[in-house]
Design a protein around this ligand. Sequence first.
Ligand code: TYC
Length: 102
Amino acid sequence: MGTKHEEGTVVTRQEQKLKPPPMYMVLLLNDDFTPMEFVVAVIQEYFNKDRETATQIMLKVHRDGKGLCGVFSKDIASTKVELVLTHARKAGHPLQCVMEEA
Ligand code: TYC
């Protein structure tokens, strides 16, 4: 079953409905207390960035209030947020990490 198009091609109902799954940005938020070095280490460890890139992202968060660490599927983004928050709380820092649909 499908829809007949002018060109004569048939697009099945499933093809018409399938949308790529939404992707999610994972962002860090600025605060006045978390040490810069801790944030750089978090970005390196959880978002696989080299030290230079991690430092640039940290400084962007520090200046602008938030910064993008990566874009992931919903499950991966959610897991990253939880891992970062757990790591920060264990270290006694108020670092905030959030996800937003891309
Ligand atoms: N603003 C913090 C400081 O001056 C550094 C910082 C950067 C904190 C990024 C959080 O997501 C953050 N120590």
